[in-house]
Structure formats: C-alpha cells, structure tokens
Design a protein. Structure first.
Length: 209
C-alpha cells in the first residue's frame, strides 16, 4: 500500500521514463454536516457525474497536448506546467484533485482523487466506490480485476463499520477495466482518511500523436 502524508497527496506516475509527484494541501473544513442531513444518493450521483466528465475529458483529449486541454477544461487550477495540469474541485465538503499528466507533450495519464474531509458517514466512501463501480461497469463492461482485500479482519464481522476499516488501512477496494485506449483503475484506500481514486492510464500515448 502507498503511504500517504497527513496533508493531501496526489500522485501522478506515468509509464514513461519520468514520474511526477504532486503534494497539495486541502483547506480544513469550516464545519461538519450532521449525518442525518447528508443525501447519500444525491452525493453519489454527483461523484459519478464528475468522474464521467473526467473520463470524457480524457477521451476527448487522446493524442492532444497540454494547451488543448488547458483551453477546454475550466476550474480552479492548482498546478500548471509543461508536464501536468491539476484542478481543484469539490463534492460537498470533500476535496477533489483532478489531474492530467503529459508525456512528450501528449496526454498520457489522468487521475481523479476524492479525499475525505470531513467525516459525514462511516460508510460514505464505500457508497461512492460502489456507485462508481456501477457507472464504470455500465461504460466498460465487467472489470477485469475486482478485489476486496482485508489486511486486518478486525471489523470484517461488522459491515456498518467497514468504512472505519477503510479509513485506518484495514480494508481496501480495487477494480480495473481494460479499454481500447488504456486502463481504468478504481481504488478505495485509507490512511487516517478515506481516499477514492479513478486512474486512467493511456496506452502508447506517444504513438497517438
């Protein structure tokens, strides 16, 4: 498992000769919404909508350069240089980092990361994971890899607390889809806070130009 710093870390690593690591802190929330005021279905739909838009952005920019993506994608830009673009978004009070990495000035890798700030419900992020898995399955078919891994089974008999198991690194979820253009990976992991990511790694990015 990756080790995550207390501050938010967004890691972009492509298959080319270089690897980029971006660490961006997110502001602490100013308030916490009571559990009974959270509309889980609405937030799950919002997460699925953002991820769908992210994947559409990746597909629309296959073979294109950073300037083309920078022109067409709007949002709060947190990092912008020759090899990467990172946008800051949100879902409710949770922070989202949406990043794109380029190899030889061609889009090679995209990553969407939803970070838990604050804790609105014990199994909130498991709900997001399952909603995204349904969305990705509808789009790409059944995953080629689909794993639920218990590194410590302390909470396994208690489904209502599986979200706690994720947060403390006892439980992780992973699914992968192979597409004609690359590989999509969905992961839910934790290290004090839950981290949900969708990673799109483009196959033979340099050959698309």
């Amino acid at each position: 498992m990756r080790t995550f710093l207390t501050t938010t870390a967004f890691i972009m690593c492509c298959s080319g000769p270089s690897m980029a690591q971006i660490q961006e802190p997110l502001p602490s929330p100013t308030f916490t919404i009571p559990f009974d005021e959270i509309d889980e279905a609405e937030l799950q739909a919002e997460v699925s909508g953002q991820v769908t838009a992210f994947l559409q952005t990746v597909h629309a920019h296959l073979g294109k350069d950073r300037a083309a993506l920078r022109t067409s994608v709007v949002g709060d830009v947190r990092e912008d240089d020759q090899s990467k673009l990172i946008y800051l978004r949100n879902i409710g009070d949770h922070g989202v980092l949406e990043g794109y990495e380029f190899s030889r000035d061609t889009l090679a890798h995209g990553q969407y990361v939803l970070l838990q700030r604050p804790l609105n419900g014990l199994n909130e992020f498991i709900g997001y994971y399952l909603a995204l898995k349904r969305t990705l399955t509808d789009t790409y078919g059944a995953p080629t890899d689909d794993h639920v891994v218990w590194d410590n089974d302390l909470y396994q008999p208690l489904p209502d607390y599986w979200g706690v198991a994720v947060m403390i690194g006892h439980l992780r979820y992973h699914a992968t889809w192979n597409t004609p253009d690359g590989t999509v990976t969905l992961e839910l992991t934790g290290a004090r806070h839950s981290r949900l990511s969708v990673d799109y790694r483009i196959r033979d990015a340099g050959a698309l130009t």
